[in-house]
Each structure stands twice: as structure tokens, then as C-alpha cells.
Design a protein around this ligand. Structure first.
Ligand code: FAD
Ligand code: EPU
Length: 338
């Protein structure tokens, strides 16, 4: 079951070639437990893998990469809505489309996000005005040190923008095995996100008579118009989080740059990192194998299938330049390994 010296290039959407000392694909909870025991006995670090769309391999991985391939999902009708229970290895977008095709609303804004169900809570995936936490009920996860299963409520997960307890105090401590969501019976379209509203207006769609399938279609078309498909141009989506700054910093920047794009986030402001990087002049640049996507400056690309270090070097240059030009610190969104 455990393979050795495996190239992870097919397992990460940046298409970085890096070898894992050990590799296991697990399809049952028992196999996952055995894989964790194997790593524990040898004191190996582990790398849980879904679709590899939010990781950067900066070198060979000296431990055990575990491809979590648990399958199966169910949609259960309740009194006032639907419960969705999905195993960690199911594809996120396929789950979204399965609900939408049944006429069920709630996940449509999150269509076409790459990756697996099990990774969705790690950074509380979000797009077009909705985050996973808006539909989240609970998850099951296996504790790495003991192999026992635990249940986590939404509160336990401590979700916030692109963050959860699994990136903080419980980092590397649990493998998510199942995620449970709830889709309200009474559906309302959420189409306030500027690009979505603009797209619907251009299509002359009646915002009051939309179906979940139409919203999903709109989201898919907007995404396809600017985000590169990893199969064709390797990438990891947004490479940086949108930085959140206080009101004073926002007002100062806005006075200097009246066309700055920002969204209110409580009493603070979330700045569009793509705008900052674009304005700093990076959109479309190439550095040997890697570069910045010409249609979305927040997306770093690896068309030449270079090493992860080429990607992280470019990212560092961008961070320094954006800080020098705007005084704003950018933080990478994908996790670096090892
Ligand atoms: P992986 O990259 O395999 O893993 C990500 C992290 O989660 C790693 O640290 C990994 O160890 C950990 N992990 C994976 N599975 C488990 C598990 N079962 N248990 C414990 N830990 C686990 N994200 C958004 O939020 N919104 C977007 O709109 C969006 N658009 C994207 C567009 C593109 C083109 C790309 C390439 C990425 C985009 N992303 C987006 C990022 C990415 O799709 C999400 O973060 C997704 O949830 C990652 O899923 P994955 O299965 O590929 O995770
Ligand atoms: N912009 C530019 N130039 C660019 C890129 C963007 O000026 O090169 C401007 C756009 O014109 C727009 C604003 O920046 O006014 C925001 O752009 P966009 O709507 O494309 O969204 P984003 O902030 O760049 C975020 C998420 C995406 C998510 C979209 C839609 C983060 C880090 N990224 O991108 O998530 O799909 O919103 O909700 O929050 C991901 O996490 O991997 C990801 C793709």
C-alpha cells in the first residue's frame, strides 16, 4: 500500500516536480489509520493531499504524502432543507453541480473551485460572496497521533476569511474524512458580488427570477474568463490572500489611489491584492518557467513546469515590491511544503 520515492508532479496543480519519500492512496478509514501508523512508527511528517490545488512544493518531501481518496456522498431531505454528507475524496465542483442539477440552491456561487471536499474547510473556501462556513454544519476528522475519529462543529473549526483552526492550532493534527453541509429549503440568489452583478446585467437576466443552475453557469463563465485552467497553465489559484487593513490605512491609500479596489470587512477593509499587484506592474510578466497570469495578477503560473522555489522567489519579489509601493504586506494563500 505504501509506495516509495514518488514524483508528486501529477498531484499538484502548479505541476511542480518534487519527490515524496513515501506515498499512500487511502480509500477506507482503516487504510488511513494504517498509513498514519506507518508514519508515526517512523516519525515521518505527513502531507495530506486532495487535488493539490493549494500547495507549493518547495523541494522533495521527506515524509508520507497521503492522497485522501474516501468516496461517497448523500443528499438527505429534511423538514426545512437538505443535508449534504460528503466523503473527503469527492470532487468539490462535482458535488456543487450534483446539488444544482437537482434544483437545490446554496452552493452555486462556489462552482468550479478545484480540489476535494476534505480540503474545503482547511481554508474555508470562498467565492462570489459565499464561503464554505455559510453552508457548513460539521465535519469528521481522524486524529493523526491516535487514529481516532472526532466530530467538529462550525464553532470548533473557527472559520474566517481563508482560515480555520486547521491552519492554526490544529495544523497537521487531523485528517478530514467527511464534511456535512446544509442547504436551506428556501433559496435566495446571492448575486451582490460586483463581477457577478455586472455579468447578469450584461446578460439581461432578471435577478429576481434566477435559478441556482443559472447562477452556477454565470460563476463558471466569469471564472473561465480570467482564471487559467490548471491542466493548460499550471497554477494554484490566488497566490496571495486579499490583505485586510484598518480604516486609516485604507483612507490614506484611497486618497493616493482613487481607483483602489476594496471591500468593507466589518470596520476594516479587504483590499484587492490583484489590483495592487497589477498596479505595481507585474501582470503578464514572465521569469523563466514562471510568471504572473496576464488576465489576473493574483494568479502566479508555472507554464514552464519550473521548481517550486522559482514560484516562491517570484512571490517574494512581488511581496517586497507591493510593500515598497503601497505599504501593504501580502501573505501567500497556498501552503508551502516541506
Ligand atoms: P490540496 O491542495 O490538496 O490541499 C490544501 C491543504 O489542505 C494542504 O495543506 C493539505 O495538506 C490540506 N488537506 C487536503 N486534504 C485534507 C484532508 N482531507 N484533511 C486534512 N488536510 C487536508 N480557493 C478558494 O477558496 N476560492 C476560489 O475561488 C478558488 N479558486 C481557485 C482557482 C484555481 C484555478 C485554483 C488552482 C485554486 C483555487 N482555489 C480557490 C484554491 C483551492 O482550489 C482550494 O483551496 C481547495 O479547497 C484546495 O483543495 P485541494 O483538494 O486541491 O487541496
Ligand atoms: N483586479 C485588477 N487586476 C488584476 C486582478 C484583479 O485590477 O489583475 C481587480 C478586479 O478588476 C476586481 C478586483 O481586483 O475589481 C477583484 O478581482 P476578482 O473579482 O477577480 O477577485 P479577487 O479578489 O482577485 C477573490 C478570491 C478568489 C475568488 C474571487 C471571487 C482571494 C485571495 N481570492 O479573488 O479565490 O474566486 O475573489 O470571489 O480571496 C482563490 O482563493 O484561489 C481564488 C481564486
Amino acid at each position: 500500500m505504501i509506495e516509495t520515492n514518488i514524483d508528486l508532479q501529477p498531484h499538484n496543480t502548479l505541476a511542480v516536480s518534487a519527490r515524496s519519500a513515501h506515498f499512500a492512496r487511502v480509500q477506507t478509514l482503516e487504510q488511513l489509520r494504517e498509513a498514519l501508523a506507518f508514519a508515526r512508527e517512523r516519525q515521518l511528517p505527513i502531507l495530506p493531499l486532495g487535488g493539490g490545488s493549494n500547495i507549493v512544493l518547495t523541494g522533495d518531501f521527506p515524509g508520507l504524502a497521503i492522497q485522501v481518496d474516501l468516496r461517497g456522498f448523500s443528499l438527505i431531505a429534511g423538514d426545512s432543507g437538505y443535508s449534504v454528507e460528503a466523503a473527503a475524496g469527492e470532487n468539490w465542483h462535482q458535488l456543487v453541480m450534483a446539488t444544482v442539477q437537482k434544483g437545490l440552491g446554496g452552493l452555486e456561487n462556489l462552482a468550479l473551485i478545484p480540489g476535494k471536499i476534505g480540503a474545503a474547510p482547511i481554508q474555508n473556501i470562498g467565492a462570489y460572496g459565499i464561503e464554505l462556513c455559510d453552508r457548513f454544519v460539521s465535519l469528521q476528522a481522524m486524529e493523526v497521533v491516535s487514529g481516532t475519529l472526532h466530530e467538529f462543529s462550525a464553532q470548533d473549526c473557527a472559520f474566517s476569511y481563508r482560515d480555520s483552526v486547521f491552519k492554526g492550532s490544529l495544523r497537521d493534527k487531523y485528517i478530514i474524512t467527511q464534511v456535512n453541509l446544509y442547504l436551506p429549503g428556501v433559496w435566495q440568489a446571492h448575486v451582490d458580488y460586483p463581477a457577478l452583478r455586472q455579468y447578469l446585467a450584461e446578460q439581461n437576466w432578471n435577478a429576481n427570477a434566477l435559478t441556482p443552475a443559472q447562477v452556477a453557469q454565470a460563476v463558471i463563465e466569469i471564472r473561465n474568463s480570467k482564471l487559467p485552467l490548471p491542466d493548460r497553465i499550471p497554477n494554484a489559484g490566488s497566490f496571495f490572500k486579499n490583505p485586510i487593513v484598518d480604516n486609516t490605512s485604507y483612507q490614506t491609500l484611497k486618497a493616493e489611489h482613487p481607483d483602489l479596489v476594496a471591500f468593507a470587512a466589518g470596520d476594516r477593509w479587504k483590499l484587492a491584492a490583484g489590483w495592487l499587484i497589477d498596479r505595481a506592474g507585474w501582470r503578464g510578466i514572465r521569469r523563466n518557467a514562471v510568471g504572473v497570469h496576464e488576465l489576473q495578477a493574483l494568479v502566479l503560473i508555472n507554464p514552464g513546469r519550473g521548481a517550486g522555489s522559482e514560484v516562491t522567489q517570484l512571490a517574494e519579489e512581488i511581496v517586497e515590491d507591493v510593500h515598497a509601493k503601497f505599504g501593504v504586506s501580502l501573505e501567500p494563500e497556498p501552503r508551502y511544503y516541506p
